[in-house]
Design a protein around this ligand. Sequence first.
Ligand SMILES: [Zn+2]
Length: 419
Amino acid sequence: MNVSPLYLRDAARIDPHGGAILRGNFLVERGAGGELHPTAAIPDPAEVLDCHGGLVTRAFAVAHHHIYSALARGMPSPQPPPSNFREILERVWWRLDRALDADVICACAQVTAVDLLKAGATFVIDHHSSPHAAAGSLDLIAQTLDSAGVGHLLCLELSDRDGPAALAAGLHESERFAATRKALIGLHASFTVSDALLAQAVALAKNFNTGVHIHVAEAEADQDETLARHGRRVVHRLADAGALDLPHTLLAHGLHLDASERAAIAASRAWVVQNPESNRHNNVGTFDARGLGERILLGTDGMHSDMLASLRAAYFDGQTTGGLAPQAAWQRLHRVDDYLAQLGVFRDNDLVVLDYDAPTPLTADNLEGHAVYGFGQQHVRHVVAQGRVVVQDREVRTLDEAKVRANARLQAARLWQAM
Ligand SMILES: [Zn+2]
């Protein structure tokens, strides 16, 4: 590892929380908790990233992802095609996750790491599922992401759908991993989780001073089945179990919520993750932020790793659900750092350098308009993670991209065969 200081030459720094654009050279401190400082002179020796006047801002983070789905792209769809959300789960995702093994999981993590880094993201909050290969699966993902320079907050989605043996293995893996690393306790969704499992997950999360990460009301079916079996709506069931009292709890989706559930979330300590493109893909509805409070983050739900695409999709969804200003969309993209700071994860030296050559004047006052209408993955030139250069001139430095993709294609063919 390079231990000489890292300098950004000729950069335009954007504060992710707003404020002036500062032009010049910057020193990037190395390691966890490191910061970024304006500096006049660049000493010798130093590692220097020439930014050619490019925009520097906080690298992105995905607040809800499914690394395990990385090898599904181009996979033949079942015939006849699924006609509703429950069928999509049963006939696509639950068949896929049951066929995963260590080699496929590793290939998924490698290819996602490459995609994240090339899209300017240096942190992923992942929701993993491999019910027949649970043991050690979170370590495999963690080690792969660590060596790539991608920070992570992992969990394994627990449910009762695969029977007691798979659940016991999943609980063991969750507990073992959370004892050694910062992690969340994952649950699939209310409609696949028994009262006993819900209570166990909340107790584990409390024990490890973390939160529960669960899909909430992604489709109406989650509400219908929860009401029929438990006599309450999803959010009230989670609240009664204590899941919303945990400050690190993540509720993915939150689409089919009534006013009382929105009020319960707003009054709680939990965070909601919007996944706009996945919601369109599954035809389950449009995220509506009204009544949920300000603790809203952005994810991709396994669709891709490009948070600038998620930013734009969230902005468009906001136009049909009461309005969302570009400034508010940009804040939603970066609010994940408020969430992570609660967990003691600081990313001031996680940076992305964009070579965005603005076609109109760009200032601190209209930056978010440029972000929503103009910024794209094609502008990601350099990426720094915890003060370490992980992408330079669009090339990933921590993984051999060609080898990763070639191996992923082999593993994908094997996975599709096994399904
Ligand atoms: Zn999800």
